[in-house]
Design a protein around this ligand. Structure first.
Ligand code: AP5
Length: 242
């Protein structure tokens, strides 16, 4: 699986409800293509840990399972996308999450990124999972605080109880993976994030993927979608007059 192609694949957007497997699949895309994962949830949790002004503002909002206001998100995403490791592409995991964020991203890519580099529109993949599955995935999730590896006590348990297979760290449960917060996160998804799929569907850019399968099956499909998108883009670039 860990074959870094270092090819230019452009932005990959993973959409899906909490627990759909965005983080799991993003990490596999990172390993395979050698591009960074940009998880807005991870960026926000890092701000909370460091106690920055943004972290202080986001902390209670995240603990309730609500969305952080759009205006607070744009700065951290823009800063991250300007970093040099994003030149060949990146996986956006958890952004955009409102229709306004999707419109902002398109405008940002057009004005600030593409002006200075080759255009490559995002490939937008929507991970579809039955809601009954989501609860089991979220309540069973554990993660390694050292290396970030994800586990699930039901479907992907560690070899030794509650310890990371890679570095032996004690696995942790995310603060917002409590049942009452999960239902708030799911309703935020229904009300605020479903319109993002509509936004991309209306533009003919949405690729739905059945994520009610094994992680390996899903990964194989995602690599096919990403490779296909990159090949079409490369062909259209070559066909352009000099
Ligand atoms: P964020 O961190 O983005 O959380 P989320 O969207 O709720 O998604 P999760 O990380 O819970 O799930 P996932 O889809 O990544 O699933 P995973 O791969 O871990 O956001 C947290 C909060 O930050 C938000 O509530 C909000 O407050 C704020 N926020 C973030 N971005 C924001 C934005 N843009 N705007 C405003 N606010 C924002 O998998 C879950 C479990 O299932 C794991 O245990 C995994 O092992 C297991 N699993 C994965 N795939 C499979 C499979 N195929 N079969 C069986 N089990 C599987």
């Amino acid at each position: 699986m860990a074959v870094k192609t270092a090819r230019k694949i452009g932005p990959v957007v993973l959409l899906g409800p909490p627990g759909a497997g965005k983080g799991t699949q993003a990490k596999r895309i990172v390993e395979h293509y050698g591009i960074p994962q940009i998880s807005t949830g991870d960026l926000l949790r890092d701000h909370v840990r460091r106690g920055t002004p943004l972290g202080l503002e986001a902390k209670s909002i995240m603990a309730r399972g609500e969305l952080v206001p759009d205006e607070l998100m744009y700065g951290i995403v823009a800063d991250r996308l300007h970093e040099p490791d994003c030149r060949n592409g990146y996986v956006l995991d958890g952004f955009p999450r409102t229709a306004a964020q999707a419109g902002w991203l398109d405008a940002f890519l057009e004005q600030e990124i593409f002006e200075n580099s080759e255009k490559c529109p995002p490939v937008v993949i929507q991970l579809l999972v039955d809601y009954t599955q989501l609860l089991q995935r979220l309540t069973g999730r554990r993660s390694c605080p050292t290396c970030g590896r994800l586990y699930n006590v039901h479907s992907q348990p560690p070899r030794f109880d509650e310890l990371c297979d890679l570095d032996g760290s004690k696995l942790v449960i995310r603060n917002d993976d409590r049942q009452e917060v999960i239902s708030e996160r799911l309703s935020a998804y229904e009300n605020m994030t479903k319109p993002v799929a509509e936004y991309y569907r209306a533009k003919g850019r949405l690729v739905p993927a059945n994520a009610d399968r094994t992680p390996e099956e899903i990964t194989a499909e995602l690599f096919g979608v990403i490779d296909g998108h990159a090949a079409v883009h490369a062909a259209s670039e070559m066909a352009k007059p000099e």
